[in-house]
Ligand binder design. Structure first.
Ligand code: 5AD
Ligand code: SF4
Length: 459
């Protein structure tokens, strides 16, 4: 009998990639993916609980669809909310039959079989202390050119505001051998762009003891056919000069580092248990700035952490000016269950949090306006991501991870997944606009790199 499933993913790239592995596993178990809840036998939500809003979304979604239970549909909650709320989900939403955290996905085939046998309250919640990672050969990658590889799972940093160590379990790394085998297999299948993932990607610790993070990064970048390698998310505590040296040495490593600072105030950083100071962080930034390549930097910031004063916040604003980020993901502090910060008295009102967020984003917009304008007139290589029919533009992404929308005078549109040189004609605070460069305009080195790759359709 045909079995169908629908899956919806909330949250970060780790979740997006976990879903690709879950989809591959389900397909291997004989399930077919469908695109709406109504036509699915099994409805799965892969959830995020990093902030309160993300968590609420899941319960809204479950409530919207509970009417379908009468039609014999089964519901499962996966991911961080599943791990955090555990069996309480069965009380809140009795029509849910499966609750599993990410550390238990290895056991999905068995859990599916129990589900099919009619069991009701199936849980995968007890694996947070595991040393195992979710390695599967059945990953269903949704993009045939760019793909994720998880190299570390979980987190042992226990920043005082963060739920991740409780939802994703202890930190564990895959062997360098298994990572490189997967990367080579992807290159053979036509992927040219790889993103190494981990909640704490640069604390990678090879169980074989062969490679540290900078070494595995360089090794992936040296695989024939791989043209772009990114990594996320790095922790400043484990950020080494060797990573910058690797980027300088290996052309396929992208000119972009995401290095979450969270706050520019050493006092707030201490309360957050981040294990570094403003000065310590800025030293890492100075390494990046002294690289031979022009490496773009982005960050995450939390405003309104308990105890954050106006002066502390001002230090965050000045830090953004000093660093010159190309992008900032800023969030209002959201108290999370089980974390040490939840018991700290909240000293910043919701209104002040919103004001600070706005001040930061306004300042950052000006910084980006300036930084993005520096690309005007330059020829940059982009990977073609798609087409915007309405605006008549081709959507490209630069090595620095910037969006560069462009037009072309060529008779044939470039293929999705190909690399083309583009002259930047205009800049906005969040994206660039350009025109495909003619061969004569392109520096020889860029031209050599810019041969289109074939369009590979998997399956
Ligand atoms: N409140 C607000 N933002 C948070 N983040 C993590 N936990 C919280 C929280 N409790 C932010 C951090 C992190 C990003 C993924 O989410 O900035 O880097
Ligand atoms: Fe959360 Fe800190 Fe771990 Fe990042 S490093 S996942 S912010 S505990």
């Amino acid at each position: 009998m045909a079995k169908t499933f629908y899956i919806e993913t909330f949250g970060c790239q780790m979740n997006a990639h976990d879903s690709e592995k879950v989809i591959g596993t389900l397909q291997h178990e004989g399930y077919t993916q469908v695109t709406d809840e109504d036509s699915a036998d099994l409805v799965l939500y892969n959830t995020c609980s990093i902030r309160d809003k993300a968590e609420q979304k899941v319960f809204h979604r479950l409530n919207e669809y509970k009417r379908l239970q009468g039609e014999g549909k089964r519901f499962g909650v996966l991911g961080c909310v599943a791990q955090q709320e555990g069996e309480k989900i069965f009380e809140k939403a009795p029509f849910v039959s499966l609750v599993s955290g990410s550390a238990s996905y290895r056991n999905l085939p068995e859990m599916l079989r129990r589900l099919e046998a009619g069991e009701h309250r199936i849980t995968g919640l007890d694996d947070r202390q595991t040393d195992e990672t979710f390695d599967t050969e059945f990953t269903a990658r949704s993009n045939p050119h760019r793909g994720y590889i998880t190299i570390t799972e979980g987190c042992d940093k226990f920043c005082s505001y963060c739920v991740v160590p409780y939802t994703r379990g202890k930190e564990r790394s895959r062997t360098s051998e298994s990572v490189l085998t997967e990367a080579r297999r992807m290159a053979d299948a036509g992927f040219t762009d790889i993103q190494l993932l981990g909640q704490n990607v640069n604390s990678y610790c090879d169980p074989l003891g062969k490679m540290n993070f900078a070494e595995i990064l360089a090794a992936v970048g040296e695989i024939s056919g791989i043209r772009r390698v990114r990594f996320t998310t790095s922790h400043p505590r484990h950020f080494t000069k060797q990573i910058v040296d690797a980027i300088d040495a290996v052309p396929a490593l992208c000119d972009h580092i995401h290095l979450p600072v969270q706050s520019g105030s050493s006092a707030v950083l201490r309360a957050m248990q981040r294990e570094y100071t403003r000065e310590w962080y800025l030293e890492r930034i100075s390494w990046i700035k002294s690289a031979k390549r022009d490496i773009s930097m982005t960050t995450d910031i939390i405003v309104g952490f308990p105890g954050e004063t106006d002066a502390d916040f001002e230090e965050t604003v000045t830090l953004c000016g000093e660093v010159g980020y190309d992008g900032v993901f800023a969030f209002k502090y959201s108290p999370r269950p089980n974390t040490p910060a939840v018991s700290m008295p909240e000293t910043v009102s919701e209104e002040v949090k919103s004001q600070r967020l706005q001040v930061l984003l306004d300042r950052q917009r000006e910084i980006q306006r300036d930084l993005y304008s520096r690309h005007e007139g330059k020829v940059i290589e982009v990977m073609v991501e798609g087409f915007n029919q309405q605006r008549g533009q081709i959507i490209g992404r630069t090595s620095q991870n910037k969006t560069l929308n462009f037009t072309t005078a060529q008779p044939v549109l470039p293929q999705i997944g190909s690399y083309v040189p583009v002259r930047v004609t205009k800049s906005l605070p969040n994206s660039l606009v350009g025109e495909q460069a003619g061969d004569a305009e392109v520096p020889a080195a860029v031209l050599k790199q810019a041969q289109p790759v074939g369009l590979v359709v998997l399956q």
